[in-house]
Design a protein around this ligand. Sequence first.
Ligand code: ADE
Length: 227
Amino acid sequence: MIIDIITVLPELMVSPLSHSILQRAKDKQLLEINLIDLREFGIGRHRQVDDYAFGGGAGMVMMAEPLVNCIESLQKKANYDEIIYFSPDGRKFDQKCANRLSLQGRLLLICGHYKGIDQRVRDHWVTMEISIGDYVLSGGELAAAVLVDAVGRLIPGVLNDSCSALTDSFQDDMLAPPVYTRPEDFRGHKVPDVLLSGHEAKIEEWRYEQSMRITRNKRPDLLRDED
Ligand code: ADE
């Protein structure tokens, strides 16, 4: 998969996308991430990318021209399955959306700043709008990093243990069961006996029951979620 990211802060994005599983995915050439600095498409000597909002009001708006010039220059070299814009009013990002996107070949992510981007870009170039939660970030970069992390680890072949993504929280609308590691007794707090029993079927059953219990207690809405 190739993910191109348009941002005015490429430096902010380097570290979150260069460690752990994402770095491994890049090393295995299963994932390529390209950061495109929108300033290179800025207008005039100052490489301007934002301007005052028509109608007044606080905050600057990212201009259509630099953004569309940037998108179109990328489209000359690539076909995108989705052009995604990050905004608090987008559809809420979840594991189902991550699963679906992980099967795509090439994505273009647009990180907004200030008051957002000119609506005409959203109306005519963007194909999908995503929010990572009901709060306002100062820019789309951290939202983009969240999406790339959640999607990148699901790309077939990225995780060593091919089953491991299947047991994640949310993967089948259930939260993950508790996990323990050595020692068996930590300051008098013991690991549940069943996990030490070596009895695979019993361990599976225990994990399922724990998942159900935790989901019912913490996120009962997941068990009612139909789609
Ligand atoms: N940009 C600003 N806030 C955001 C949010 N909650 N999700 C995605 N992009 C954003």
